[in-house]
Design a protein around this ligand. Structure first.
Ligand code: GDP
Ligand code: MN
Length: 354
């Protein structure tokens, strides 16, 4: 060996950087589903589809919540469907059951009244527990407090298309707060005093109302009366920090103390929608039609109404159209689309955004 060759610097390990790409950016987000043990088949169906169409690529964690402990069988059958982190939580009893201060006689009267009118879930207390929990409590559950963003999933929903971008990052990067796919009118007998309560609240707390709000989505007469339009909450991609904000906290407390969740049958969908429409800027509410480009759409849903003492069943779906339908490899019929059906509220939303 010559001295020159000996003095040659040996290749430094530090110069040989292995070719690893940086980890993809992720949102602080989770998928969340409220379910009962006996919803297992519907839960499996929803998780299977969402995993295949979206989450296999993105691996966001799942959180399942229940007012009773999940069975070992439920946990085993659901956990096997994904490589993502899955957790199962029990809802604290006081966040679920009808509070003691509710006048049960009056609540019973309210239930009887809705049963007489043939309103779906009219006589059901656990449905009311669920609506109140989704309105005011889920985002405070200890399994959800670490997260900012959530995607709400329900048992037995259908996801028809691929979603190959990250909707949480989309929301974050575009300063969005609330995302929906289907909107429609609520059934008036379930919320007879909700709007007057909302009007009282905003009269007392005008500072929470956004100057650039979506009142015209909710009302056809500048807020005098509610047109019943709401975003359907069985799909939501939204920011839990909004539900944790002072405005929404005060709003929920105000609604809660009227007892309307039990004396009437206030749904979490109108409650969320009214808050999102009034306390955010209108450009912070997002219609996921192009997400639909990649996945989605649709929950096909059956709503039972009672127009002439008979029953009418209607289906509601959002099916992406055209290029979005093709590129999303959608399995829905693009002609079977609720977007501009007679009682869709999408046109109310669109007229705000033209
Ligand atoms: P709908 O969409 O208004 O017809 O109401 P659902 O019956 O679909 O209920 C909405 C969500 O709450 C679903 O995710 C259900 O699984 C869940 N849910 C409804 N009632 C209960 C209940 O009593 N206990 C639990 N753990 N989940 C419930
Ligand atoms: Mn449902």
């Amino acid at each position: 060996l010559t001295s020159s060759s000996r003095s040659k610097p040996s290749p430094s390990f530090g110069n040989v950087i292995p070719q690893v790409s940086p980890p993809p950016r992720r949102a602080n987000a989770t998928l969340v589903m409220l379910a009962r043990n006996n919803d297992l088949n519907g839960v499996i169906s929803s998780v299977e589809q969402l995993e295949a169409r979206f989450n296999r690529k993105f691996n966001y964690p799942w959180v399942f919540l229940n007012d009773e402990p999940f069975s070992t069988d439920f946990k085993r059958r659901v956990s096997v469907l994904t490589d993502a982190n899955v957790s199962f939580g029990l809802i604290p009893r006081e966040d679920w059951i009808q509070p003691d201060w509710i006048d049960e006689g009056r609540a019973q009267e309210g239930r009887n009244n809705l049963v007489r009118q043939g309103v779906i879930y009219g006589g059901n207390v656990s449905y009311r527990n669920m609506c109140r929990f989704n309105s005011g409590f889920f985002f405070r559950h200890e399994l959800l407090t670490p997260y900012k963003w959530y995607w709400r999933v329900e048992p037995d929903v259908r996801y028809y298309c691929d979603l190959d971008y990250d909707p949480f990052l989309f929301m974050e990067d575009n300063d969005k707060v609330y995302g929906f796919t289907i909107s429609m009118p609520e059934w008036e007998p379930t919320i007879p005093s909700l709007w007057s309560t909302v009007k009282d609240f905003i009269a007392e707390h005008p500072q929470y109302v956004s100057p650039d709000n979506s009142m015209d989505f909710l009302s056809d007469n500048a807020g005098d009366s509610y047109n019943m339009c709401h975003f359907w909450s069985n799909f939501e991609i939204a920011d839990m920090d909004f539900w944790r904000s002072e405005a929404y906290t005060k709003f929920f407390e105000y609604l809660e103390k009227t007892g309307g969740f039990y004396y009437e049958r206030w749904g979490d969908a109108p409650v969320h929608s009214i808050a999102a429409a009034l306390f955010t800027r209108k450009d912070q509410i997002h219609f996921f039609k192009d997400i639909g480009k990649l996945w989605s759409c649709c929950f096909v849903f059956i709503l039972v109404t009672d127009p002439f003492a008979g029953y009418k069943h209607a289906e509601f779906a959002h099916c992406p159209q055209g290029k979005q339908w093709r590129e999303g490899h959608c399995s829905c019929d693009p002609n079977d689309n609720f977007d501009f059906a007679q009682n869709s509220c999408l046109r109310h939303f669109m007229r705000l955004h033209d």
